[in-house]
Ligand binder design. Sequence first.
Ligand code: G3P
Ligand code: CA
Length: 375
Amino acid sequence: MPITVSRSALMLSLLLGVGQAHALETPSPKALATQLGIPHPAVIAHRGASFDAPESTAPAYKLARDLGADYLELDLQRSKDGVLFVLHDDSLLRTTDVATKFPERKDRTANEFTMAELKTLDAGSWFNAAYPERARPSFAGQKILTLDEVIDIAEGNPKQKPGLYIETKEPKLFPGIERDLKDKLQDRGWLSPSGSKLAKRALGVGQGKGKVVLQTFEKSSLELLHKEMPKVPKILLLWVGEGNIEPRSKVTFAESGETDKAAYYAKQEPKDKAEFEQWVRYAKAHGAIGTGPSAALTHGGSQSYSDLVKPWMNQYTHDQGLLIHVYTVDEPVDFTKVLDAGVDGIFTNRASELLKYFKRPVTGSVAQLLEKHGY
Ligand code: G3P
Ligand code: CA
């Protein structure tokens, strides 16, 4: 810190007391987000508009973009032949027909398939079977997307330009993926400073300084992302469990007697306050501009985890000068809960609901926008 700042901090401390001086030095979360070019509060379309269309496929990302979400969220992996692609699970079983197309290799991880093989899979029919009330015949046969294809979608609507919110998924499976990602973003012009051609027209987050946000659960990947892309905003994702925040109780789900994972996770909490705080400090010390904590959802479900957005946690994170983007919240009752607790952005599967909640303009209904693209 330059001496002049230290001196003024000292003067302020003497005049106002240490707490008030610190408050004056730390910009508000909104001011910090604005400086970084990140909307406040930010609407982050988790795996695209994945409530309304199969996660991580073209209809999910086109819908999220056209609805006006600030960011398209994606989980990054690398194929056997080195192509960056987008998929949440490391296994192909849940969201594709791998068991039919490659029965002998169905249990292999996705990175053991070439991109050409991945492209033969149907990544949409599972959605129609799981959610018949939201099914559309055109979802059948949707493909796994490469990162290039998601970038094409982000750039593809002249009136809606979302940013990209990219997670290095299971980065230990993909040595060097942080460098590969940098090369790809650079090639595609997404690392150019704002003011470049891409950033001239203010049509959305994808045109400005905060057009890319990087996210990871892994400390080592945060460090590598920061080394490769020091100027790009980064978020350290938080949850309670192995490899992340140490839990107060070591009782496993199997031992817990709970029948519902959400109920089990809801009881999980950090070992103590110091354990939570040291993760936040680590994030700050290694280049993150914020954290991405989990939420416990009112109605449970498969994306309901430990409540890491308690007001004291958010206060501590803000006091460190960091933003908070919580995952993954889909219902108004929980939007209100997490926003009242102080978060600065929300990962959601239901971008349409969150935009409606914020009374942000949308250009059409989910059905209209999907049908416009022939889905
Ligand atoms: O990236 C934020 C959130 O997506 C983390 O959870 O498992 O859905 O990637 P996950
Ligand atoms: Ca993710």
